[in-house]
Design a protein around this ligand. Sequence first.
Ligand code: XIL
Length: 395
Amino acid sequence: MRLLAGRSRWHQSGHFRRESFRAGGIMLRREFLGTSSGLLGALAVGDLLGKCAAGSRPTGDGLAARASARGLLYGSVIRVGVAEKDPLVAQAYINECGVLVPGTALFWPKIHPSPDRFDFSAADKIYNFAAGNGLKFRGHTLLWYKQLPDWFGAAVNPSNAASVMQNHITTVVGHFKGKTHSWDVVNEIIDDKSVRPDGLGPSAWLDLLGPDYVPMAFRAAKAADPDTLLVYNDNHMDYDTPAWDRKRGLVLAYLTKLKSDGVPVEALGIQAHLDASETRFSETKFRQFLRDVAALGLKIILSELDVRDDQVAGALTERDSAVAGAYSRYLSVALDEPAVVAVLTWGLNDNDTWLEKIHPRRDGQPLRPLPLDPQLRRTSVWDAIARAFDAAPKR
Ligand code: XIL
């Protein structure tokens, strides 16, 4: 029932109804909670955190349902503690998502806090919440040039680096063996400014092990879990600029080499951090890039999709239509490619976006990049993504 013009409106979701308790008015989340405390009171957090039998997730009309109707998977990143803190937020993830990926819980500092210790507590909480509600789980990321733990520099050297990497990958992938949809094995490894012919960017792993660190990582991951989809995840492949043209060319050449060397890379993760003020998007070039990647026999995951609107002037309606338009233009091209199998946004609701840290607006207004607003109401972004799924060729 449409109660507000523009960005937000209540939907009747398949799981529990959100209604206006005042004619034409909108219940803010806190009022809604008060009114329906009977409903939510009975649903202690534990009830939402994995008590449903695995696979019995509510159907509803969320983005995951719209995606799976076309053979696609939709989900989002979820930060440590988010689901435990607020039952309504937990329910929103369950209603809208078919797969979850931890934000930082699988980064080395969290999961491998000292050379001979692993700590899966944070990652297991997210896994249990996902699996307990019938959602898939995606791993991010085994190797990255960023987010190395404090102990790494002093403890790792060229003679032990291979065994440190193998041990990490074998332990972490082995811990979730048979339980993941996919793993980002390496993240952001190609740099369009690289002076190397292969385009590999600066990384402690490259310094320690040379370019073979990437094949080594994929082979270790495949040995640890033959049944998960092994992904090379990277950014800056979306727009028609000289730098990103070069990046796409380098990524394609690198993937071609990995495949011809028999490296078990099975998918490309395109982070897809977009910009509503960026006009240089060539549908032709992007479509061809996706085709070329698919021709290598690879699947494609839009792994961290969001649209920054910090440079967009104007009223909220203008900002919202610029953001929704960016999602629509990009997804209409991307979802035309059958090799694209999954879309994950980098966050589900606007008060939980990493963009506030890296691209805040100068006017101090909150960003509006994601499918749900801070009151968990579906936005014009939600509509744009839902429509893109509906229009996508069935897989
Ligand atoms: C970001 C997380 O969202 C932040 O919470 C964290 O502090 C830093 O990393 N590309 C990636 C993601 O592959 O891991 C990054 O996520 C965003 C850019």
